[in-house]
Write a protein that binds this ligand. Structure first.
Ligand code: ZN
Length: 184
């Protein structure tokens, strides 16, 4: 199987079957939208040939968040198939970032953005990185990776049960549903 590292966005359409008809090669995807985005339909990017449906509609349960910046698609959190090929990947700015690589996801960080995230941390309480992303109107991945970098530099601290009461500039890197599995 050949893993692809890019998605190919084929368009937005109002019916699921129509979206499926638009995708044919690994990484192809289309969005089903009726008033609001409902589903991201994707040909599995690992080349197994299966079709993946990612729910984007919060009204019908657990939903992934879709971002579009400069016409590039990002989905949060990661997609992790619990059947079949078990592919686990992140769609970020039209790229497919594989989560099973040994070194984790490596993305060049924008130093200015890292600084902005730092300035939005609190020295008195933990803030979830998704909350920071909301207030900055930024992609949750970008904030998470910036937070990980700040931790690596030892100027931010991850919340967990044992460190929660310590003083420091902190963020919470706890995934919202256990589907994030990256180490930067
Ligand atoms: Zn697959």
């Amino acid at each position: 199987m050949n893993k692809t590292h890019h998605i190919n966005f084929k368009g937005t359409i109002d019916k699921f079957g129509g979206a499926v008809a638009l995708i044919s090669t690994p990484g192809d995807c289309a969005i089903v939208s009726r008033g609001v985005p409902r589903t991201l339909v994707m040909m599995c990017p690992d080349g197994c040939g299966e079709t993946i449906a990612v729910n984007l509609d919060r009204r019908i349960g657990k939903a992934w968040r879709k971002y579009e910046q400069s016409n590039k698609l990002t989905i949060y959190p990661s997609v992790w198939r619990d059947t079949g090929c078990r592919a686990h990947f992140i769609i970020w700015n039209d790229q497919v970032l594989w989560c099973d690589v040994e070194d984790g996801v490596r993305i060049a960080l924008d130093e200015k953005f890292v600084e902005t995230v730092f300035n939005n941390l609190s020295d008195s309480q933990f803030i979830h990185f998704e909350t920071i992303a909301e207030s900055l109107h930024a992609i949750a991945w970008d904030v998470l990776w910036a937070c990980n970098e700040l931790v690596k530099r030892r100027i931010a601290q991850v919340a967990n049960r044992t460190t929660f009461k310590r003083i420091g500039i902190r963020f919470s890197a706890m995934p919202i549903n256990g589907r994030i599995d990256i180490s930067v």
